[in-house]
Design a protein around this ligand. Structure first.
Ligand code: HEM
Ligand SMILES: [Ca+2]
Length: 695
């Protein structure tokens, strides 16, 4: 092994000796790397993300800064840091000021009141928010001073010297008790060597360096250095093209699956909208009537423009959609690519159901609200009553467990914690034995390989790719209407209606309806791209646009870069191909979509990662397309393998609890906690066979 000429310490392999245990015909040497496809798929995320040049290199695109190995001179670090500090403090003060001024806030009469709600910042958190902002300002100033490539090298860990800002306070010390048998509420101490790993407030991680045009925060640009297509225009075009193609538009998958997945998602990822010290219902970027940008925009909002002639918004005079940026998490002031803050623990521990700290009545029961939702569930926005009801199944399971345990009069340890461990066990089993096998199909499920030991060396975190693009895939399944079946009669209501006045619904009817409602496929429904969260059915927002804006805000790289990266990870570099012109995309997209992409983008290499939601490659038996399935596999594998308390290996779940967990599933939960006479044996599909609940 020698150093590649011109490389920064990267290794160059001249010759490889194969050990007898590796069979040579399974490996593949491309002159640069040796691939062994049968090796287990890597699921850890790098601590310092580097630019991924696999696709560019193989396919002949130029990678920005590829031949620049200069580093910024950090001699005047203190000076720059002082400047950054002043800028950060000024911004925070100005935000506080604005948060007290009504004209900057979304008011109660507006349809999207609460949509971008912000949580309060505690004193403890405030320090982190401030440090993160200082570092951000520092890097922005540094880019202006020394240019993009040196900063890029610095952020990718290719420069020696300081890696954190000198005056930063460093990490808070947490002492863990290795013998404490229960999970903490914020996820700390799950990993005993790295107490904060996987905990609330930690950053998401970039699997590969982000593709910001300035390396730090400016939106990515096309390969010809032009802006990417206008957000809403692109979404609108895709929506109307899908409409014209007119392919099959419903599937056997039930909305019950979608709300269950949404619950799982809110457990692993919590939104952290940029905030001020006290909670708010959101900052405005647009005027109340939505006609234009507001004069009162601040750094707390970043409204989306809607161009004239928009089919959906133009007729009602809307030219602007509220959008609020999210907060990064860089509390230790590290000079590397940062990720957004995750406001939940990454672990699948029902943290979005149980809340930030224990909250039980004197018996150890959870206080339940609309449809059994716990306080954190019903206070989350924007959420539908179906979401409350799904969360409610687990809230009720907890309380049912408490009753059962109390009725035998003895418990080894606090009832609420034992029941919490049990409830999380049932939930994890449902995810790994019901939900994921269904989404992946048998073959890909086994290829993903969930049979791992506990691995304390890997950080339990969620990737920025998942959070800002691939993980949102299921939004494309949002249908125009949902069934609501109070006392057995079947009504069809527009999707947006379930987000408001949630108390008025009969919860059994809500769940019965979700099980019978099919998802929508091959469409961006109006409910998704035009009427989302509407109150009156006339004016709503475009969740699709928000998804795309999140993709770009996070600095995600182009779709094909991630595709190549994923396929390499899965040992498919042979089949991972180059797309030199748009026509080559036909393995992934419908021809009409390709035509549209050609009109909108300069090159196939510019297509936004979010459009993985149009991927038409389906692994056999799977419900998720290949790209999404691969990205999802990595996330769920990581979360399973890094969870010390995962139910299959949690020594504190007794034999009885295990037995119960193996007998409980979604069908049983529906039978126990609804008044339905008949329950579906497979609630993830519509028209499932049913059994009598009493049985
Ligand atoms: C029909 C049910 C669903 C609704 C109404 C819904 C709605 C939303 C909304 C409003 C956001 C925040 C948008 C933003 O400001 O960035 C969001 C984020 C997200 N959703 Fe969904 N969603 C649903 C189902 C799902 C499902 C099934 C998944 C996939 C498992 C999913 C994955 C995500 C992800 C990964 C995010 C970003 C994480 C975050 O910002 O918390 N969603 N969703
Ligand atoms: Ca969690």
């Amino acid at each position: 092994i020698s150093t590649r000429p011109g490389g920064r310490g990267e290794s160059y392999l001249h010759e490889l000796v194969l050990l007898p245990s590796l069979s040579p015909e399974k490996g593949h040497w491309d002159g640069y790397r040796f691939y062994i496809p049968k090796l287990k798929v890597r699921y850890d995320l790098p601590d310092v993300a580097e630019q991924y040049d696999g696709y560019n290199r193989v396919c002949g695109y130029e990678t920005p800064c590829a031949y620049e190995n200069s580093c910024p001179n950090l001699g005047c670090l203190n000076e720059l840091e002082k400047e950054a500090y002043i800028k950060a403090v000024a911004e925070l003060l100005s935000n506080e000021e604005k948060s007290k001024c009504k004209s900057y806030l979304v008011s109660e009469e507006e349809f999207d009141h609460g949509f971008f709600q912000t949580a309060e910042i505690t004193d403890e958190e405030y320090r982190g928010v401030q440090q993160t902002l200082i570092t951000d300002k520092f890097l922005k100033t540094l880019v202006q001073k020394v240019g993009k490539c040196p900063v890029k090298n610095l952020l990718e860990g290719k420069c020696s010297g300081n890696v954190t800002l000198p005056s930063c306070l460093g990490e808070k010390q947490i002492k863990c008790n290795p013998d404490y048998p229960y999970r903490t509420y914020d996820g700390t101490c799950n990993n005993l060597h790295h107490a904060t790993w996987g905990s609330r407030g930690r950053p998401l991680k970039h699997p590969i360096a982000p593709c910001y045009s300035d390396a730090v925060s400016k939106p990515a640009r096309s390969i010809f250095n032009a802006p990417l297509p206008q957000n809403r225009k692109l979404v609108r075009e895709v929506a109307s093209t899908l409409e014209q193609i007119g392919a099959r538009s419903s599937a056997k998958i039930s909305m019950f699956l979608v709300f269950l997945s949404e619950l799982v998602n809110t457990d692993m990822i919590g939104r952290a909208t940029k905030r001020v010290r006290h909670p708010t219902a959101g900052f405005r970027g647009c005027t109340a009537d939505g006609s234009d940008r507001s004069a009162c925009v601040s750094t707390l909002s970043n409204p989306l423009r809607v161009l004239p002639k928009d089919d959906c918004f133009d007729p009602i005079g809307v030219g602007c959609l509220n959008f609020s940026p999210q907060e990064n998490s860089n509390d230790q002031c590290e000079l590397k690519h940062v990720g957004q803050r995750n406001a939940e623990s990454s672990y699948l521990d029902l943290s979005s159901v149980y809340g930030k700290q224990p909250s039980y009545d004197s018996n150890g029961k959870l206080e339940l609200f609309t449809c059994g939702g716990t306080r954190p569930i019903v206070e989350s926005e924007p959420s539908s009553v179906q979401f409350f009801a799904l969360g409610g199944l687990f809230g009720q399971l907890h309380n049912y467990c408490v009753d059962q345990v109390r009725s035998c009069g003895q418990s080894k340890g606090p009832v609420e914690e034992r029941c919490r461990a049990f409830t999380i066990g049932v939930y994890q089993k449902i995810i790994y034995e019901q939900l994921l096998p269904f989404l992946f199909g048998e073959q890909f499920y086994s290829q993903c390989g969930f049979d791992c030991e506990y691995n304390p060396h890997v950080e339990a975190s969620v990737s920025q790719l998942y959070k800002s693009a691939a993980g949102r895939f299921q939004h494309i399944w949002i249908p125009e209407t949902l069934f609501y079946m109070p006392n057995g009669d079947r009504r069809s209501l527009p999707f947006h209606e379930f987000f408001h006045n949630t108390e008025k619904y009969d919860c059994n009817g809500v769940l019965a309806g979700a099980v019978e409602s099919p998802i929508s496929i091959n469409r961006f429904t109006d409910a998704y791209q035009c009427l989302f969260y509407s109150v009156d059915g006339k004016r709503g927002t475009c969740l699709t646009c928000i998804d795309l804006a999140r993709n770009r805000e996070a600095g995600l790289c182009p779709l094909l870069t991630y595709k190549h990266y994923l396929e390499e990870l899965f040992g498919e570099q042979d089949s991972s191909k180059c797309y030199s012109n748009f026509e080559d995309l036909q393995d992934m997209f419908n021809p009409e979509i390709i035509k549209l992409m050609k009109n909108m983008y300069h090159s196939p290499a510019d297509i936004d990662a979010m459009f993985c939601n149009l991927d038409r490659r389906l692994p056999s038996g799977a419900s998720l397309p290949k790209f999404v399935a691969q990205a999802t596999c990595l996330e769920f594998k990581r979360l399973k393998c890094t969870d010390r308390f995962f139910y299959t290996r949690n020594p504190n779940l007794g034999e009885g609890a295990r037995k119960l967990i193996s007998n409980l599933d979604l069908t049983v939960l529906l039978a126990l906690f609804t008044n339905l006479h008949e329950v579906p044996t497979q609630p993830l599909i519509v028209d499932s066979t049913k059994v009598e609940a009493a049985k």
